[in-house]
Design a protein. Structure first.
Lengths: 209, 209, 209, 209
DNA sequence: AATGAATGAGACTTCATTCAT
DNA sequence: CATGAATGAAGTCTCATTCAT
């Protein structure tokens, strides 16, 4: 039935210029609403109020609360991947790319709290979209790791699992910075994490003399 | 209203033997219900049905839907920490403890899907309980890492951040095994992840000699 | 899914004495509401108001607007059949039974306008229930006609079709008396119709001399 | 507001050639939509889609959903009466006319399910139009019966009531063939019904002699 | 200690109709 | 003559919670 694969649905409805504007207003309003209240406590009527349109207008653009939520997950996917791609573009090696990428990620999370929360919550609202989100992300990441492995820049091992572990670290830290109040300055956390990512938990070998 | 700190509320209500039995039935029913349907789609009436008691009875033991959810998060916290402690008890060093701990964790997740899901969802249902859950966990973990650092078994760095990164890896992998369909055999994932945890992403140094 | 055969569903919900009373209040309120406004213009909230209960109470007894409607159709079926059976009980032959039955029917319609309307509307609201209603009715009727045919009291022919034709006459006349304003006194219409039923359109044969 | 008498409204709006074409498209689309879904489940937007025009266009031709529905009832009235008139034109006597008329009617119902349904539903949507429909029909029918009575071809009695009874039979049978699944071949039903109409329920008199 | 009927606020969604273009 | 985006009222249904027994 409703198994429209994510990545394919981009919202139907009115297609004129004005319509496009309205859709954007709705999407952005929904981002704020879902981000602040969570899916279940968000209400369509609140979304339309934020967007400055009548309630009925919503359904001209999205068939349901679920659908706009999914659209938001896709939006986040596109936005974040583009952002990260651009950030690590100039990195000269994998190690640097990791560091830059993690930092860009953490900053992105801080600047887009709502989207971040939506992606996390999608796990409970639309598992399919959630899976799609992370498989897409991990797939791209794994590709880079595989290439780096080929170049001898990364330790051998299943690149997909490696990607997952790294994404796990990133999201978990992103979360900490988002909802916990004990977060240290971002730079310090970054330092420790990057270190761990590069060298693992093992102590440095004593300098060889 | 009064935000009873987690760790303090353990459910009030009738205190007789029979009462105790009823509370346990409710808690266990709630575990299944929340685990299967998620907080918002779970219903008190379903919980009481599963527990085999009348609807009104619920409120003799828990003041609200939120309260029993929180009780479950605490339950999971206690259960998992005890389980992990026991698992890593016999480890002879930190490295081994990491490996055993991760494996125990993944198996625990697989065997207690409902609790796992509840903990993840607590982020959106009761952020305070969620924070408490992870701070407790990370605190204990960091303590062990600090000790290991002192012994030279673990790379220096903020142990709390290290703990967070490791927990991030573990939960992310747990999740993958729970809801994704692409999960490889647990052993293989374990191998790659453990490797990464120990040595990081850096390639092995070329054999010296 | 929802193909519960009519005649089987009698409404679930609370089963105590008090519950039974509430169900009856609801059913009777619904009868008035549907009868006056028709299915689509009737509202659950109006029904519950008439019944003097809260809106939510409705759903303790009936799963949907459709379900209570169907219950009403069944109610009408039982009530009318019992009523007609009793009316024609004392008839000494088929001809008399026809007359008495038609009269009883017309009076019943006049006294239960709401139920009558509901049965007619069921055609558009719940075709299955509608079909069931008339097949049941026609089945019983045909049985009697078949018996009468055997006794030589009724002209030969498919008794089911005969029953249908007679029911058609009755309902059509019932309708006329319900919603048209040109209805003549019931006795006169009865006279003509009975005549037609007995002898058909053919003119009486000239008295044989 | 102002209850324009049926028979008078035929739809206003643009009067050019093109306009006329659009009106016809709308009417025909509405016939399909109402026929398939019923008045309340039909939607203007669906009608305009079927007609291939924009939603707003609808209101250039009909003031409301009710108005186009009524227009359809009138359309059916005209169409059916013309059809029946033509069918019974060549009948040499009343008896034959009855038979031919009933058959033509049943076939017409089968071929115009949508219109038939609309007429039946008008009872609940627009009782005035419904009454008008049948009074018109019964009036013409009664006229013919009166004439036949004068010629001694039909049993005496109030011709209007007779007409009603006959229409009742016809519509009931039409319905059976439309929505029930137990309908026998049309010819057989016709045979029994015609017989009943002509001779009534009374058994044939024993052959004289 | 338990029951279970009753409550009522609130959510999503539909759709006839309007109006600026 | 036509368009189609926007409106907003209204309706069905769910469910956490209460309370009389």
């Amino acid at each position: 039935m409703e198994t429209t694969k994510p990545g394919l649905t981009s919202g139907s409805g009115p297609a004129t210029e004005r319509g496009e504007r309205t859709r954007r207003k709705l999407l952005s309003a929904a981002e704020g609403e879902f981000g602040e209240k969570g899916f279940h406590n968000a209400s369509i009527s609140s979304i339309t109020q934020r967007a400055g349109v009548a309630q009925g207008t919503f359904y001209l653009y999205y068939r349901s609360k679920e659908e706009i939520f999914r659209a938001l997950v896709e939006h986040m996917n596109r936005t974040m991947r583009r952002h990260l791609s651009e950030a690590i573009e100039g990195a000269s090696n994998r190690a640097e790319a990791e560091r830059i990428g993690l930092e860009a990620f953490l900053r992105f999370c801080r600047d887009h709290e709502d989207l971040f929360r939506i992606v996390m919550e999608s796990q409970f609202v639309d598992p399919e979209a959630h899976r799609w989100y992370f498989q897409t992300l991990a797939g791209g990441y794994a590709e880079r790791l595989r290439a780096a492995q080929a170049q001898g820049e990364v330790r051998t091992g299943d690149p997909y699992t490696q990607a997952l572990a790294l994404i796990g670290i990133a999201f978990f830290m992103g979360q900490r910075h988002r909802i916990w109040d004990d977060s240290p300055p971002i730079e310090q956390a970054l330092e420790t994490a990057t270190n761990l990512i590069h060298r693992g938990l093992c102590p440095e070998p004593p300098p060889q003399g």
